[in-house]
Each structure stands twice: as C-alpha cells, then as structure tokens.
Design a protein around this ligand. Structure first.
Ligand code: ADP
Ligand SMILES: O=C(O)C[C@@H](O)[C@H](O)C(=O)COP(=O)(O)O
Length: 340
C-alpha cells in the first residue's frame, strides 16, 4: 500500500509555515545559565531548523512566516537565502514586534533547557492574508509546527495553509513542537493541537507531547499504538513517536510499526535532535524510501546535530549522514555523554 503521494509535477519540494527565531547557545557548556556569560547566535525555531535541514539535503524549500523589522529579522532572512531557502513568503512585520529569542542552558550533555523570550514576537503576527494559495499549491509537502497555533492571527494562518494544502494534494506534516510557555492554558493547547492533527498526513511528536494532547480523554493509556490508531481514524498515514535516547517508533496506517534505534553520539546538548530527525526522515519519505530507512537516516542526522553546538547550522548534507552511518558501522564513533 502506498502511504503518501508526492506530486512530482509540483516544482517546490517543501514549504514550512511558522516561527523564525534566534537561538543563543551557551558557549560555556556544562554550567547553569546563571554562570553563562557568552552565547553564539544562530537562526532557530523548530520549523526554521527543519527547513534548513531539508535545504542541506538538497530539497527545494521555502518558508511562510513573519520576521521582525530589526537586525535579527534581517539576519534570519539573510541566513535563509544563503541556504537556498525561498523567502518570497517571509514578510517583514510592522515595526514594534521583536524577534523571538531562545537562550540555551547546557548544564550537562543530558541536562539542557531553553529560556525563551517570546513576548510580542513577530512570528505570531503571521496572518491568514499572508498565506498564498498559489504558493502552497506548487509544493509537494507543507510542514506545520504546533507553536504557531498558540495565538491569533498565526493560528488562523496555519489552519488556512493546511486547507490550501489539502485542497491541492500537498502532503501535510505536523511536528508537534510543544512549547508550554507560549500557551495560555492546557485546555486551549490540547484543543488546537487536536484540531490540527485531525487534518495532517504525518505527525511527529514525543510521548510527552502526545500525552499533552490526550490529557482530557477518558482512556489515557499512554500507549503508542493507541495514540497512532486514533489519528489513523482521521487523516494520518504515518505517526512517529519519539523517545529521546531510547529511539522512536513509527506506525503506519496499513497496520505496521517500526522501531528505530539511535546512533552513538558525542552529545554536546540534546536540543535539535527532533528537528534533525524530522528533516532527514521527511527527506527519505520524499525519496520513496521505506520507513526503517527513513528512521535510520533521521536518527543519524539527530546524532550529528546533538554532537554539534548549533541546531540549524549543524544540519548535515546527505553525504555527511551517509559518512556518519558508515563510521558508526566501523566502530569509529563512540558514545559520550550518553546515559543509557
Ligand atoms: N542522546 C541521544 N543519543 C543518540 N540519539 C538521540 C539522543 N537523543 C535523541 N536522539 C535521536 O533523536 C530523535 C529525536 O529525539 P527526541 O529527543 O525524542 O526529540 P525532540 O528533540 O523533539 O524532543 C530520537 O528518536 C533519536 O533518534
Ligand atoms: O524551537 C526553538 O525555538 C528553539 C530551537 O531552535 C531549539 O534549538 C530547539 O529547541 C530545537 O528543538 P528540538 O529539535 O525539538 O529539540
């Protein structure tokens, strides 16, 4: 059974909608934020990272979003363009809003957290009028991410993008990307996440993210197969549930499930794993690979990114992923900072 159909007549491979932000990653690693004084600036925001990943993998990519009318906004636009990402649907917001910042705290390779500054951010000002039906219909795949559902008008813009995608046979992928501090209440969060997930072909999330969505259900079994089955009753063909260093499980609508293992990594920080995994997995899907091969590629890409200082800038090419897998097979990469 063919799970997904990518329309090869469409010129653009991949479009993401949502936030374009800045990551400020601690240079002094293995210490708390209180003692961290210097940071390196990168483009960030989960959908931005995934798009950079897709571009590095050679896909024709574009982005729909709003950036602040400031130096940070211009830095983001320039970085996307340098990476070959089409920015014709990246709008500069009216003066007054700011660029979202994510300061990363790297206490140890396994104890990382993010301090986000997201008041009055430009990305949540994306409006339905910014979403072009013509732009979306020429793409094979649309990626949405949960944080863009946190407030209006960005929320409506995402739902409209999904409607256009479905109308024109564009595969819709949902990366749950749940960031609690951007939301008002758990009730609101679960409501909008569930409404969006109903409309998507592929869903990526961690067990904790799916638990958040299921928190008001009578049957809260925390069971991965039960979670996947629920979405197969709507529109989903593939549901991927990520379990950090313990790997991932992919379920498909034809009743199969596949367990993905992890690659050894010299872990610097754990964030960025999910974005790298998603980009390489989606790349594999679009190349027509079987699910285990997509998972393997995703896990290898994740291992590379968590062994690097950045998320976006560390996104590997397909050759780099192949090389890494080869080195792992030859026992040339030892795990470090990896707690089993
Ligand atoms: N410590 C680790 N070592 C090796 N691979 C990892 C590690 N943590 C995560 N990964 C890989 O990255 C994937 C996604 O990671 P996860 O932490 O579950 O997502 P997210 O970053 O979205 O929270 C995992 O399925 C796994 O393949
Ligand atoms: O998503 C953000 O705004 C911050 C990201 O750029 C960040 O680096 C990160 O947390 C990546 O998310 P993950 O892949 O889910 O770990």
């Amino acid at each position: 059974m063919r799970l997904l159909h990518f329309d090869t007549d469409k010129p653009m491979d991949f479009i993401a909608v949502g936030r374009l932000c800045i990551d400020l990653n601690a240079n002094e690693i293995n210490r708390p934020m209180e003692e961290t004084v210097t940071f390196t600036k990168y483009v960030g925001g989960s959908p931005a990272n995934i798009t950079v990943g897709m571009a590095r993998l050679g896909m024709k990519t574009g982005f729909i979003g709003r950036v602040a009318d400031d130096q940070m906004g211009r830095f983001i636009r320039h970085y996307l363009e340098e990476n070959g990402i089409d920015t014709s649907s990246v709008i500069t917001d009216e003066p007054g809003s700011v660029t979202g910042l994510a300061f990363t705290e790297i206490k140890s390779p396994t104890d990382c957290s993010i301090l986000m500054y997201r008041d009055n951010v430009a990305d949540l000002n994306l409006s339905p009028q910014d979403v072009s039906e013509d732009y979306i219909k020429q793409a094979k795949l649309l990626l949405i991410s949960g944080t863009a559902l946190a407030a209006s008008p960005s929320r409506e813009a995402v739902f409209l993008a999904v409607e256009y995608a479905r109308k024109h046979g564009v595969v819709v992928v949902f990366d749950l990307d749940y960031r609690p501090y951007t939301w008002q209440s758990v009730e609101e969060t679960a409501t909008y996440y569930n409404l969006a997930a109903e409309k998507c072909d592929v869903i990526f999330g961690t067990r904790e993210e799916f638990d958040m969505m299921e928190q008001f259900e009578a049957d809260r079994s925390h069971d991965d197969q039960a979670t996947a089955n629920k979405w197969f009753d709507y529109h989903a063909k593939i549901v991927v549930i990520k379990h950090g260093k313990d790997g991932s499980i992919a379920y498909t609508k034809d009743g199969q499930s596949y367990t993905g293992t992890t690659f050894p990594a010299k872990v610097i920080k754990t964030f960025g794993a999910g974005d790298a995994y998603a980009s390489a997995f989606i790349y594999g899907l679009m190349r027509g690979w079987d699910i285990p091969k997509c998972m393997e590629f995703g896990s290898a890409s994740a291992a590379i990114v968590i062994s690097s200082h950045s998320c976006s800038d560390a996104m590997p090419t397909a050759d780099a992923i192949e090389d890494y897998m080869e080195k792992c097979r030859n026992g040339e990469v030892a795990s470090h900072g990896h707690i089993n």
